[in-house]
Design a protein around this ligand. Structure first.
Ligand SMILES: NC(=O)c1ccc[n+]([C@@H]2O[C@H](COP(=O)([O-])OP(=O)(O)OC[C@H]3O[C@@H](n4cnc5c(N)ncnc54)[C@H](OP(=O)(O)O)[C@@H]3O)[C@@H](O)[C@H]2O)c1
Length: 335
């Protein structure tokens, strides 16, 4: 079966925009709810894509969004939660808000829970869910614990044909990772990072989007959970060095001892505005973010042939990627 009419939660985000673009190019109709329509402005130009302002926390709104759809893809996620606390190893049954904060619970667990309930009511059986590599109910960070609980909600829901994706760090034009370090390198003479030796296996956003769109119609993926990684393992320090160099600002990258990194992250958490780095992010870095079996072999049904990081990332970090140029034009035109 080809699923033609898709609801994409979190479709305005970095991964979501790439995925929605691809789904539309495949001739599918896509509806993207958002809390602020402005967030989906780049999607508005796509003819088969509808961006609607809606509160997916409201069961009636979610049910209305799902009515008549063939499938739903959930990408809702956040990286920071001011209430996230270091409480690994808590006994089963500990309330979610003590294992992670209210914001992680809302985005990573409540959204999936409401989603599967609404799917059952609206007879939408096909659900694809983007989790995170390393998601673990007993993991070192509140982010990873809440992601694991969200996965469970989706996988345990009766009557749902679910596919779960666990990507490593995702790179691409507009990513939240390489671009952050490239920007910091433009301003700082030296880059200080925590957990420099943590290993990662970055995957290109278009490869992840391709794997999700392939899985959508593929029965072999129903009920499966997939790790999604790139072909190469890097340390965090190597990735930060690469981002700075590719952006034209090569900088010394110095690994901090844990206590200093935690102090730095606390400083970022206390600053007004969006958090750049939190103590919970550092806890996620206590474990490597790489595929559990090496060398990484993507499942054949995903038709995934992951691209290497350097050629593509070097383009957008140097500001030469078409979309980056487009962003520049729009910024200058104040749109
Ligand atoms: N980027 C990575 O490297 C990476 C790696 C592993 C896993 N992931 C996972 O992949 C998914 C997408 O990541 P991304 O990088 O594309 O994220 P993103 O750019 O930050 O976008 C997040 C999306 O989630 C929505 N959202 C956030 N909180 C919400 C809430 N409380 N209620 C409703 N909508 C909410 C936002 O919608 P609005 O339009 O309403 O703001 C936005 O569309 C996330 O689940 C993330 O955990 C990402």
């Amino acid at each position: 079966m080809t699923y033609k009419n898709i609801l994409v939660l979190g479709g305005t985000g970095f991964i979501g925009q790439c995925l929605v673009d691809l789904l539309a190019a495949q001739g599918r109709r896509v509806c993207v709810p958002t809390r602020r329509r402005e967030r989906g402005r780049e999607l508005l130009v796509l003819p088969s894509v509808e961006v609607v302002e809606a509160d997916i926390g409201d069961p009636a709104s979610l049910a209305a969004l799902l009515a008549g759809r063939d499938a739903v893809i959930n990408l809702v996620g956040i990286l920071h939660d001011s209430g996230a606390a270091p409480r690994p190893g808590m006994p089963a049954g500990t309330p979610a808000t003590r294992r992670y904060g209210a914001a992680f619970a809302a985005a990573h667990v409540d959204v999936p829970r409401r989603l599967v309930t609404a799917c059952r009511e609206q007879a939408v059986e096909r659900v694809l869910h983007v989790s995170a590599l390393g998601a673990d109910a007993d993991g070192p960070s509140a982010y990873l614990r809440s992601k694991a609980d969200g996965e469970r909600v989706i996988c345990d829901a009766p009557g749902i044909a679910a596919t779960v994706f666990r990507p490593s760090v995702v790179f691409g034009s507009g990513d939240h990772f390489l671009n952050l370090f490239a920007t910091l390198a433009a301003w700082l003479p030296i880059l200080l990072i925590g957990r420099p030796q943590t290993r990662m296996q970055p995957v290109w956003v278009r490869d992840l989007a391709g794997a999700i769109s392939t899985a959508l119609d593929a029965r072999a993926t129903f009920g499966q959970t997939y790790e999604i990684c790139g072909p190469t393992i890097y340390t965090l320090q190597e990735l930060v060095q690469f981002a700075a160099r590719a952006a034209g600002h090569p900088r010394p990258v110095v690994g901090l001892p844990d206590f200093l990194a935690q102090a730095l992250a606390l400083g970022f958490e206390l600053l007004p505005g969006p958090t750049l780095l939190s103590r919970d992010n550092l806890r996620s870095l206590q474990i490597d973010n790489i595929a559990s079996v090496q060398p990484y072999q993507p499942a054949p049904e995903l038709a995934l042939h992951p691209a290497p990081l350097e050629p593509e990332a070097a383009l957008f970090l140097a500001g030469m990627h078409p979309r980056t140029r487009y962003d520049g034009f729009r910024a200058r035109a104040r749109r």
